[in-house]
Design a protein around this ligand. Structure first.
Ligand code: HSE
Length: 395
């Protein structure tokens, strides 16, 4: 007996899935009790050089009409063909496992429901944090907690770029090129650089933390890293900080969720998360705090998480699909969110004078920490103080 699966999309992650299932087939068979066999690989290209070339088909019908297929691995990406194929598989009772954060974050409520109605499952451990276990820990290990806060570095490409700018003195464009060569970056790297990828991942994490009350990507304000300069990096270092792209969620009647670059203080564990590594700090009301750390992108780390889901789909019956509400819930408008920020100014006394309504701390002769200021009030303060710039701050 064997469990037959199909891989839809043989790119960076899909090829890693075939590789992982092959190199670890003995332990996987032992753990599942049956062999997992890749029967079809569906793509729009042929891969004559690949050792899996014989499995490749360009014919979707060949895959979807095959009654032997129990699990489909969707590693196509995007929300067009991947959406059609995922619906088609789930509607036929084929479980789908995926690394596709765009699709999960935009169509998750509908796809989870289709899975439930067809007695199969839709699993997406690899959609956030690459190889880091985070979705199942949130759903299972931390199920007894109220999740109060999540602060994470969830995009490997931007973290890699920022690290290379800081440690190697590389410029933005060269660092991005390296990330693309290493297979971390999205097909359109603007999704990484502009914070869209992190926004999608935060949508998934926030919805899970918010007990399935759906928070859609478009509700989440996202700012990327393209405006960060080497001068900003040097300024950060001068106050004992580093700059990271942070995805933040805070529970509440109207939860808080946004993505923005932030100065991260040395005392914060996220300070030491460099290169393509991701880390997600989770606060639970029973747990306290835990940090999930590991390789956030790349072929085999992401394939590791996808394959974990394949095993889960292979052994778990009846399937568990956690409902996400169809309608998104209200969150706090970005303008209303109170944040801690660092204002950079030549005359700190002017900032302190203008910010008398807030708790302030002088960090250096050009940096003042202002606590708990609403986003909508920042521009006026910066202008009144004649300041150069400001940035979020995470202690
Ligand atoms: N482009 C993504 C990143 C890939 O750099 O994190 C993993 O989701």
């Amino acid at each position: 007996m064997a469990i037959n699966i199909a891989i839809l999309g043989f790119g960076t992650v899909g090829s890693g899935v075939a590789e992982t299932l092959d190199i670890n087939k003995d332990v996987i068979a032992k753990r599942v009790g049956e062999e997992i066999i890749v029967k079809h690989i569906l793509d729009v290209r042929e891969f004559p050089e690949s050792r899996f070339a014989d499995l490749v088909t360009l014919d979707a019908d060949e895959v979807f009409t095959d009654k032997d297929i129990k699990i489909a691995v969707e590693t196509i990406g995007g929300a067009r063909i991947a959406y059609e194929y995922t619906k088609r598989a789930l509607s036929s009772g084929i479980s789908v496992v995926t690394s596709n954060k765009e699709l999960v974050s935009t169509k998750g409520p509908e796809l989870i429901e289709i899975a439930k109605n067809n007695n199969c499952c839709y699993l997406f451990e690899a959609a956030v944090g690459g190889g880091i276990p985070i979705i199942r820990p949130l759903y299972k290990c931390l199920a007894a907690n109220k999740i109060t806060k999540i602060a994470g570095i969830v995009n490997g490409t931007t973290n890699y770029i920022l690290s290379q700018m800081k440690d190697e003195g590389l410029d933005f464009v060269t660092a991005l090129k390296q990330a693309q060569e290493n297979g971390f970056a999205e097909a359109n790297p603007s999704a990484d650089i502009d914070g869209i990828d992190a926004q999608r991942k935060l949508s998934i994490l926030s919805t899970i933390a918010n007990d399935g009350d759906y928070i859609a990507p478009e509700q989440i304000s996202a700012e990327g890293i393209s405006a960060i300069t080497t001068d900003d990096m040097a300024f950060a270092a001068s106050i004992g900080c580093d700059i990271k792209l942070i995805a933040l969620y805070e529970a509440g009647e109207k939860p808080v969720a946004y993505v923005a670059p932030a100065l991260v203080d040395k005392s914060n564990l996220l300070y030491n998360v460099n290169g393509v590594f991701n880390a997600i700090m989770v606060d639970g009301n029973s747990l306290g705090q835990a940090m999930f750390y590991g390789q956030g992108a790349g072929t085999l780390p992401t394939a590791s998480a996808v394959c974990g889901d394949i095993l889960e789909a292979a052994v778990s019956e009846p399937y568990e699909n956690r409902d996400w509400t169809k309608e998104s819930v209200e969150i706090t408008p970005y303008d209303e969110i109170a944040a801690d920020i660092v204002i950079r100014a030549d005359v700190p006394a002017k900032v302190i004078g203008a910010a008398e309504a807030y708790e302030c701390e002088v960090l250096s002769d050009e940096a003042i920490l202002v606590k708990g200021i609403r986003h909508k009030d920042i521009a006026a303060l910066v202008s009144e103080a004649g300041a150069k710039s400001w940035m979020h701050y995470l202690k």
